[in-house]
Ligand binder design. Structure first.
Ligand SMILES: Cc1cc2nc3c(=O)[nH]c(=O)nc-3n(C[C@H](O)[C@H](O)[C@H](O)COP(=O)(O)O)c2cc1C
Length: 459
């Protein structure tokens, strides 16, 4: 059988992910795995229609399609996102329809599920037969048991195609809201004082609802806030995964475009930061994804600590929990406070006005009080994954992260907390003595809240 593999890594042939596919090429010699370096070649693919059409013809002629990609900032890389956009913009969905497909990624398992759900959603939108996702750790290919698992996955994928087994759709099609937002008069009642409010958007003139929502948000304030449109900036490339920034947070693109100055001087300095975008397929645009990928220059550490983060979206977000979780995960990892979302899919202009005004008000109230909501699993998990990775195998390359983790006390491993460690040891010995165990177990119900009670009594 012929399988087309779309390589979403900007590193092309040097990609870690694609080596898993090359391994499969050797293990399944009866089948052809034709790798196309989509992400590395995206500029040419977009510019030259013939190149794009050639790729689409190959896909149309294949028995199956394998998406292969690395995780880039909780999602697929911007360049693969751009290719997906081209499929819809150029109306070539028919080449994908009814075709068996699967997805393979490598990562450090940081929000890998979001990228995989996104790809599965795209496959459903393209009316493909999605078989399975395979999310490997970036070093799994080195491990014999993991190679065995990879072979099992491929076997499953190929046999599903050969036997024409049925597959199940996971996502309903997205319905774009047919609604034109007419904003009311802004009240210009919110005084930002000395706080910096920044709205970053990628609105095009045709993104009417988005543009109007941004304007309406602006008119909530006594005086104008700062608006930056990513389309007005010179951004020469999305992230190419070279990892040069790991040592000192210096990006190889340096002064060659506007991104770094913008990110350091405006984004990192903002007290209230609003992301505003139009849903483009199941995410924001690839330009927005470029923003996120390029922000990786700051590595694996939170850099928006205490920032008030709001999200303004035009599009059917209510049907797209995955995109919502992308922002929730991003905010939690960044230790920012996610104020909320304002979305035009509620289809009620007055309600949108109210919510925009409220977003502005809350942003200023919370930034004045310094409120950041407690982390859920999304933030707690994010911290632990990155803490362990930066301490461990990423440290050599990501020296800047290591310095920051040390400086801010983010290496908060439990074994470095002496009282807890001692208690755990003593407790373990005690639990093995039946009399003591009985006493501890009797104390469990009220004992855990013993110190909490003291705090409440004293308050
Ligand atoms: C810009 C950038 C962003 C990344 N973001 C994530 C992430 O959000 N989650 C994750 O688990 N790994 C992330 N990684 C790690 C890569 O997914 C991982 O190293 C992968 O194996 C690289 O594959 P490749 O060599 O095929 O490009 C990121 C790496 C880069 C360069």
């Amino acid at each position: 059988m012929k399988i087309v593999v779309l390589n979403g890594s900007p590193k092309g042939d040097d990609s870690v992910t694609i080596h898993s596919v090359k391994y499969l090429q050797k293990k399944f010699p009866a089948h052809e795995f034709n790798i196309i370096h989509i992400a590395k070649r995206i500029k040419g693919i977009e510019r030259k229609r013939k190149t794009f059409d050639g790729i689409i013809e190959e896909i149309a002629a294949a028995d199956g399609l394998l998406w292969a990609f690395p995780l880039y900032v909780l999602m697929v890389p911007a360049r693969l996102k751009r290719f997906i956009e081209l499929i819809f913009e150029r109306n070539v969905e028919a080449a994908f329809s009814g075709k068996y497909t699967a997805a393979i990624s490598t990562s450090i398992h940081f929000y890998d599920h979001i990228a995989h759900r996104y790809i599965q959603g795209i496959c459903d939108d393209l009316d493909m037969k999605f078989v399975a996702s395979f999310s490997a750790d970036m070093m799994d290919l080195i491990d014999e048991r993991e190679r065995e698992r990879l072979i099992q996955f491929c076997d499953y994928f190929l046999s599903t195609i050969q036997n024409r087994h049925p597959t199940a759709r996971r996502y309903r099609p997205l319905k774009s809201p047919d609604f034109t937002y007419q904003p009311g008069e802004g009240s210009r009642s919110i005084n930002a004082g000395d706080k910096k409010v920044l709205v970053v958007t990628d609105a095009r003139p045709e993104d009417m609802n988005l543009g109007r929502m941004v304007d309406r948000f602006n008119t909530s304030f006594v005086s104008n806030i700062e608006l930056v449109n990513l389309r007005d900036m010179k951004i020469i490339s999305s992230c190419i995964g070279c990892l040069q920034c790991g040592f000192d947070n210096e990006c190889v693109f340096g002064e060659r475009d506007d991104f770094i100055d913008f990110y350091r001087e405006k984004v990192l300095e903002a007290d209230v930061l609003i992301f505003a975008g139009t849903m483009t397929d199941r995410h924001l645009s690839s330009l927005w994804k470029t923003y996120f990928d390029r922000s990786f220059l700051m590595g694996h550490r939170p850099t928006l600590i205490g920032t008030q983060l709001g999200v303004i979206i035009s599009g059917p977000l209510s049907d797209n929990e995955n995109l919502r979780e992308f922002f929730e995960g991003y905010a939690s990892w960044q230790q920012a406070n996610l104020i909320g979302f304002v979305v035009d899919d509620i289809g009620d202009g007055e309600e949108i006005d109210t919510r925009l005004q409220e977003l502005a008000r809350q942003g200023i109230v919370f930034t004045n009080s310094g409120y950041v909501q407690p982390s859920t699993f999304l933030g707690v998990g994010a911290h632990k994954v990155f803490r362990d990775e930066v301490w461990g195998r990423l440290r050599t390359v990501f020296q800047a992260d290591h310095r920051a983790y040390k400086k801010h006390g983010w290496y908060d491993f439990p074994m470095w907390d002496a009282p807890t460690h001692l208690m755990a040891h003593a407790g373990t010995v005690g639990m093995n003595i039946p009399m003591v165990r009985k006493q501890i177990q009797e104390m469990l119900k009220s004992g855990v809240s013993f110190r909490h009670r003291k705090i409440v009594e004293k308050a």
